[in-house]
Ligand binder design. Structure first.
Ligand SMILES: C[S@@+](CC[C@H](N)C(=O)[O-])C[C@H]1O[C@@H](n2cnc3c(N)ncnc32)[C@H](O)[C@@H]1O
Length: 238
């Protein structure tokens, strides 16, 4: 399925730590079976003036700088499209930005089932010249209703949530199926050793060994937790 995840960014170095740690890091390093490869395209490699060539002042005036469409286009065409026979069919281009659909667990599921390779585009400054977005972007995804200084953190969040859903990324696949947002519910609470801590004991049922009773307790807790913390999710249950 998904073979490559591309990122167009001014700061590929930001992805260093992301690749170094945890289940997603080791998946993307190819240590967990058949996982997509992360390929980083540095925008300044596609201008003659390096970093100085990436942005320019906005037509019409106003604050801040805008990333140039011609530079972004060059990075996309030369850095990525050139490696595909039919880039229009083989790639989906996703821009990070506040205008996008709010990224959530179903977006992660959709991306994890994607048959095309994915290109994430990370903006900086005031964003990217609209003409590039118009021509090349299939989908916009937002991390939430706030403004980040760049798309990289959003992009890492999208990749993290997507890759951990791929077969083999997480050792125990049940842990993915039972997580929050599956069936529009939050997860039940977890406890581990010691049995007595923070002035509280671990609920007895969890130490009973009675799997039926444990399941029932967890189902009830899922409902209670969702009602308490995210009642809006319950409204989505048909
Ligand atoms: C400072 S922001 C630009 C904000 C833009 N001027 C606006 O008002 O919508 C720079 C870049 O950060 C990224 N970004 C900002 N907020 C984001 C969000 N909520 N979700 C995803 N990416 C975001 C986008 O790539 C954006 O191009």
């Amino acid at each position: 399925l998904l073979k490559k995840i591309w990122v167009i960014t001014m700061f590929p170095e930001m992805f260093g730590a992301f690749l170094d740690y945890g289940v997603v890091g080791s998946s993307l390093r190819g240590e967990r079976g058949d996982m997509p490869e992360l390929r980083l395209v540095k925008i300044s490699d596609y201008t003659e003036k390096g970093f100085k060539g990436i942005d320019s002042s906005p037509y019409g005036g106003g604050a801040g700088m805008v990333m140039r469409a011609d530079v972004m286009e060059k990075a996309l065409l030369e850095g990525i499209f050139s490696q595909y026979q039919e880039p229009d069919k083989e790639l989906i281009v996703v821009a990070t930005g506040p205008r996008g659909d709010r990224f959530d667990q179903s977006s992660a599921r959709e991306l994890s089932c994607e048959k095309r390779d994915i290109v994430f585009v990370c903006g900086r400054y005031e964003g990217i010249d609209e003409r590039f977005l118009d021509k090349y972007v299939h989908r916009h995804l937002s991390l939430g209703d706030f403004i980040l200084s760049g798309g990289e953190l959003a992009c890492m969040s999208y990749i993290d949530a997507t890759v951990r859903l791929l077969k083999g990324a997480v050792a125990n696949e049940n842990s993915i199926v039972e997580e929050s947002f599956e069936n529009d519910l939050l997860e039940y609470p977890h406890y581990t050793r010691p049995a007595d801590c923070c002035d509280q004991e671990v609920p007895k049922v969890l130490r009973s060994g009675d799997h039926k009773a444990i399941k029932k307790w967890r189902d009830t807790k899922q409902q209670e937790m969702t009602m308490k913390y995210r009642p809006d999710l319950l409204k989505d249950i048909k």
